[in-house]
Design a protein around this ligand. Structure first.
Ligand code: HEC
Length: 112
């Protein structure tokens, strides 16, 4: 029990670190500056993929290889241009996507 607790804590901390280190430069938590805010992206993805597994799978695969054809935010591409491809491992992108799924950024003011 205790071990499981620590393992899951580590996974989400890892996702959080990766997100704040790599995505926040373009995706602010609540404000849209050079890209849609993460709140906006999360809402859009949650409405398309309510199930965590589907959400994580679709988002991590898309971020691995951003494409207009598979985008669910075409209006954002029109407004900001297509997101550049970032050289991340799919496993890392899965951790980040799971962290985004689990986090209500509109209520999170920790600023980490
Ligand atoms: C260099 C700036 C930049 C960085 C860094 C960046 N993004 Fe983006 N991202 C964008 C822009 C611009 C868009 C809006 C256009 C689009 O959808 O392609 C976007 C769109 C998205 C979308 C919507 C996809 C869709 O369906 O269109 C997701 C999901 C996303 N980003 C996730 C991430 C994650 C996760 C990270 C960190 C690993 C990240 N982004 C890092 C610029 C960035």
């Amino acid at each position: 029990m205790l071990l499981l607790f620590f393992l899951s804590l580590d996974a989400s901390e890892y996702g959080s670190l990766l997100f704040h280190g790599n995505c926040i430069t373009c995706h602010h938590e609540t404000k849209a500056i050079s890209a849609p805010s993460i709140v906006e992206i999360r809402e859009k993805y949650l409405s398309a993929f309510a199930d965590k597994e589907d959400f994580v799978e679709y988002m991590s695969t898309w971020v691995k290889e951003p494409k207009e054809e598979t985008s669910i935010m075409l209006d954002a591409i029109e407004k900001y241009g297509l997101m550049p491809e970032l050289a991340y491992e799919l496993d890392a992108l899965r951790e980040i996507s799971a962290y985004i799924y689990e986090t209500d950024f509109s209520k999170e003011h920790s600023g980490h």
